[in-house]
Design a protein around this ligand. Structure first.
Ligand code: BG6
Length: 488
C-alpha cells in the first residue's frame, strides 16, 4: 500500500544554520523523501543560509553527503537525487549584521507569490534577531512562515521573552513551533483512536480509569551532547515538551473540529488544569536521577565533563489534572536516558470490575497499551477463561494490533519532519505548539525546577541499562501501583 500524496503549492524554504546537525540529520533527508514521493512541486527551492563561505556546489555536496549518511542507498535513485540537489542554493549571511538581508530578499523576490518558510536551525538567542531581520526587509507577510524548535526558553520568563521577540516580528498565525513528537504518525494516531472511534471515549474518564502511565525511555546516553544537555536536563529536554504534549493529547476534551486553534485550545485547558507541584510536594511527587557508569559506558557526570553536575538524566512525576474528567486519576510520567529499552508508550489502566463473581480468582485490571515506538500499535489486556476442562479459571489475554500490519511490506513510517515541513507549506498549525501552550507548560514545570535547585540535594542515581532509580518505584508503590515493565 502506498500513501496518498497531495502535492503542495510552490514554496521556497530557507534554512538558517543549513550546515548544522539538524539540517544534515533531519531536514535535508525529510525534504528529499517528500521530493521522492512526488509531493514537492517542480519549482520548490531550498536555500541554505550559513556563515560558511560555501558556494552552490559545496552546499550540494554537503547535502549529498547527508543523504548518503541518513537514507538507505536503495531509496537514492540517481535521477531523484539530481532533481533534489538542483533545488539547493546557498547564501553566505551573518544574521547579526543588519545589512546582510538584501541578498536573501532579492533571491526570494524572484518569485514573490510563493510560500516562504524560514527554518531557524540555530541557537534560540538568534531567533529574535532573525525574525526581526526578516521583518525589516518585508519578509514577514501573509506567505511568510517562521519555524522554530526547542529550546523555546529555559524557564517561563525566558520563554515569554522569546515569544515576545518573535511575535513582534511575525504574526502568531505565521509562527510554527515544532515539537517533533506531534509529527510522529503514532502520536497522531492517538487522536484517531480517541476521536474516530466510539469505543473508548465513554471510558476515558475518572469513573473507568484508575491511572495513566506515560513512558519515554531511551537506551542511549547523552554522548557528545553533554555540553548542551548539562544546561538542560531531562525535564527541559523531554518533559516540558514531548511528555506534556502526550499528556495533553491523552487528557484533552474532543475539539469541536480538527483544526489548529480548536485542538490547541483543548490542550491549553489541560495545561491550565494541571495541579501545581510546589515546595514540599516536589520531593514527594517527583524523582530526578542520573545514570551511573556500566562497563565501557561512562557515567553521566563523566560524559558531561562536570563531576559536580546535578543535571537529571531521568525524571518521574506524579501529575494530577484538576477537572471533572480526570479528578483523582494520576498521570505518572517518566523519561530517561541509558535505560533498559528504547520505548515510548502510554498505558491506560482501567479500574477493577465493581464486583467479582469469581471470588477465588484474582482479577487483573484491563490495560490499554498505546505503543508509540518501536513496534507501533495497540494492545488491550482483557480477562478470559483459561480454555479447557478442570474448573473455571481466568487468565489475561492480549489483543494485539500492530500499526504497520496490513500496510504492506513497503510501508515506511515517515519521519516526523516530513509531515511537519509539508504542514508548514500548507499553512496548517494543528501539529505545532502555540505560544500560550509553551508558556503554560513552563508555568507548571518552573516550580519543580526551582524546588530541585533550592533543595541543593543531589539527584538519585540509577544503573545504566536498568529501569531507573529505586525512588521511582517507590513513587508508584506508595500509591499501591507499579510501572509497567520496559519490555519491547
Ligand atoms: C529530542 C531530545 O527532542 O528527543 C533528545 O532533545 C531525545 O534528547 C529525542 O533523544 C528523542 O526523540 P525520539 O524521536 O528518538 O523519541
Amino acid at each position: 500500500m502506498t500513501s496518498k500524496v497531495i502535492p503542495v503549492l510552490p514554496f521556497d524554504m530557507v534554512i538558517f544554520g543549513s550546515t548544522g546537525d539538524l539540517s544534515q540529520r533531519k531536514l535535508l533527508p525529510a525534504l528529499f523523501r517528500r521530493d521522492a514521493s512526488g509531493q514537492m512541486p517542480e519549482q520548490a527551492r531550498i536555500i541554505g543560509l550559513s556563515r560558511l563561505d560555501y558556494n552552490q556546489e559545496q552546499f550540494r555536496e554537503f547535502a549529498l553527503n547527508a543523504l548518503n549518511k541518513f537514507i538507505p542507498a536503495a531509496e537514492l535513485k540517481p535521477e531523484i537525487v539530481e532533481r533534489f540537489l538542483n533545488r539547493l542554493h546557498h547564501l553566505h549571511n551573518d544574521v547579526t549584521k543588519p545589512d546582510g538581508w538584501d541578498g536573501l530578499r532579492d533571491l526570494l523576490n524572484e518569485y514573490p507569490d510563493r510560500i516562504r518558510m524560514y527554518y531557524l536551525s540555530v541557537g534560540p538567542s538568534l531567533f529574535g534577531t532573525i525574525a526581526q531581520g526578516l521583518a525589516h526587509v518585508g519578509l514577514n507577510g501573509p506567505n511568510d512562515r517562521l519555524v522554530v524548535e526547542k529550546p523555546l526558553g529555559h524557564d517561563l520568563a525566558s520563554a515569554q521573552k522569546l515569544n515576545h521577540e518573535i511575535t513582534t516580528a511575525f504574526n502568531e498565525q505565521r509562527i510554527y513551533r515544532i515539537d517533533h513528537y506531534l509529527g510522529k504518525e503514532t502520536v497522531q494516531n492517538l487522536m484517531a483512536l480517541r476521536f474516530a472511534n466510539a469505543l473508548f471515549e465513554p471510558l476515558w474518564n475518572a469513573s473507568a480509569v484508575d491511572h495513566v502511565q506515560i513512558t519515554a525511555a531511551e537506551t542511549i546516553g547523552v554522548g557528545t551532547r553533554g555540553g548542551y544537555y548539562d544546561t538542560s536536563g531531562a525535564m527541559r529536554d523531554m518533559v516540558q515538551n514531548h511528555l506534556i504534549q502526550l499528556l495533553c493529547l491523552m487528557a484533552m476534551e474532543a475539539p469541536y473540529a480538527f483544526n489548529a486553534d480548536a485542538v490547541r485550545d483543548e490542550k491549553l485547558k489541560v495545561l491550565r488544569s494541571l495541579r501545581p507541584i510546589k515546595g514540599q510536594e516536589v520531593q514527594r511527587n517527583t524523582v530526578r536521577a542520573q545514570y551511573l557508569a556500566r562497563g565501557e559506558d561512562p557515567s553521566y557526570v563523566e560524559e558531561a565533563g562536570n563531576p559536580d553536575s546535578h543535571t537529571e538524566t531521568y525524571v518521574a512525576i506524579k501529575a494530577e489534572i484538576d477537572n471533572w474528567r480526570w479528578a483523582g486519576v494520576p498521570f505518572y510520567l517518566r523519561t530517561g536516558k541509558r535505560l533498559r529499552s528504547r520505548l515510548t508508550e502510554i498505558v491506560v489502566t482501567f479500574k477493577e470490575p465493581a464486583h467479582s463473581v469469581f471470588p477465588n480468582t484474582p482479577l487483573q485490571c484491563n490495560k490499554l497499551i498505546i505503543r508509540l515506538q518501536p513496534d507501533e500499535g495497540l494492545q488491550l489486556n482483557i480477562m478470559t477463561k483459561d480454555p479447557g476442562p478442570g474448573g473455571f479459571r481466568l487468565r489475561t489475554t492480549t489483543l494485539d494490533m500492530t500499526y504497520a500490519e496490513g500496510l504492506g511490506p513497503d510501508w515506511r513510517m515517515p519521519d516526523a519532519y516530513e509531515r511537519l515541513l509539508m504542514d508548514v507549506v500548507r499553512g496548517d498549525q494543528t501539529l505545532f505548539m502555540r505560544g500560550d501552550e509553551v508558556e503554560a507548560a513552563w508555568r507548571w514545570i518552573d516550580p519543580i525546577l526551582n524546588a530541585w535547585e533550592d533543595s541543593n540535594i543531589a539527584p538519585s542515581t540509577y544503573e545504566s541499562g536498568s529501569e531507573g532509580p529505586i525512588a521511582a518505584l517507590e513513587l508508584m508503590a506508595r500509591d499501591g501501583r507499579r510501572w509497567r515493565e520496559m519490555v519491547v
